[in-house]
Design a protein around this ligand. Structure first.
Ligand code: AMP
Ligand code: MG
Length: 312
């Protein structure tokens, strides 16, 4: 097994109330002590994050859930057992003492145990961390250490764990008496959640009502400066970066192919958005990929959710 780097300097920054970016299996998170109001304040300031967008608390052990949440439904316990550590966030009734700045004043708190070994070890050493994506609010989430430095500067403390495995943010769900609400789609899909819990999953993310249950869903994160379009490709121009399933017959330097592998597309989508901006493209043109929905249902939903937020 590869040995983990010495995390002490980063752990010390957290203990002193600072912020550190670290890799999870989804995207890089901006970590801060979940119980320190000054540290939480720094997270909002660093990101420029609207204060009504609550944070996910990252834990290293399911026992810690009881320090943050109460009235934990049986379905939540089943999901923890089945998917944690892993890319699913559970929104549960919060304990009274949880900081309002973490939950944006909501009566619930979002919890997750990440599976990335570096993340787990880091949280073991620091204790519970809030960890929103480590990007300026509105920009695509970081999937590499260099993306974090692009947003926050070269000197910003980042634990470098290479490219994140999934590349899209965690699935976020909440619990109702007779069903589960999918607030943000991610790698763990509705089918899997239904089969583990025996409960129906209903989406709260697609129709973009005035007040979605998950406040973050009303913001257009994930957006490059370039315009994003999602439609068939009929002609090529030099100002556009094309993201296509297969290469066109005539070689084009501005075409990126992922061979219909939606797992691969999820892993690199945000990097493509950043690449487009850095290389001065005016537009990112994504070829529709409906025909791969059956093969990758969860990745499909997650990708469509993120792409829809960038259109227009
Ligand atoms: P980020 O950390 O940037 O991946 O965003 C966290 C996501 O979790 C946002 O979409 C939030 O709206 C959502 N979230 C966090 N806490 C809650 C909560 N208590 N209820 C509903 N959604 C939440
Ligand atoms: Mg984010």
């Amino acid at each position: 097994m590869k040995s983990l780097p010495d995390l002490t300097p980063f752990v010390n920054i957290i203990k002193e109330g600072g912020v550190v970016a670290f890799p999870t299996e989804t995207v890089y998170g901006l970590g801060a002590d979940a119980r320190n109001p000054v540290a939480i304040q720094k997270v909002f300031e660093t990101k420029g994050r609207p204060v009504d967008n609550p944070l996910i608390v990252h834990l290293s052990d399911t026992k810690m859930v009881h320090d943050f949440a109460t009235d934990i439904p049986e379905a939540a316990k089943l999901l923890m057992k089945h998917f944690w550590p892993g890319p699913i966030t559970l929104v549960l009734n919060k304990k009274e003492e949880i900081l309002d700045s973490v939950t944006a004043g909501l009566p619930t708190v979002a919890l997750r145990i990440p599976s990335n070994p570096l993340a787990l070890e880091f949280i073991k050493q620091t204790g519970p961390l809030v960890a929103p994506s480590a990007n300026h609010s509105g920009k695509p989430s970081p999937t590499q250490a260099k993306h974090v430095k692009e947003d926050f500067g070269d000197e910003f403390p980042v634990i470098d764990g290479g490219i994140t495995n999934i590349g899209l943010e965690s699935t976020v769900i909440g619990f109702e008496d007779d069903h589960i609400t999918l607030m943000r789609p991610g790698k763990i899909g509705a089918d899997e959640i239904e089969s583990v819990t025996g409960l129906k999953v209903r989406s709260d993310h697609m129709n973009e009502q005035e007040t979605p249950k998950s406040p973050g869903q009303k913001y257009s994160h994930y957006k490059p400066k370039a315009d994003v379009v999602y439609k068939g490709v009929s002609a090529f121009n030099d100002h556009t970066l094309y993201v296509m399933q297969t290469a066109p017959e005539v070689k084009q330097n501005n075409v990126i192919c992922y061979e219909g592998d939606l797992k691969q597309l999820s892993k690199e989508l945000y990097d493509r958005f950043r690449q487009a901006d850095q290389q001065g493209y005016h537009r990112v043109h994504i070829e529709p990929f409906e025909e791969h929905k059956a093969e990758y249902p969860a990745y499909y939903e997650a990708l469509i959710n993120r792409i829809r937020k960038t259109l227009g």
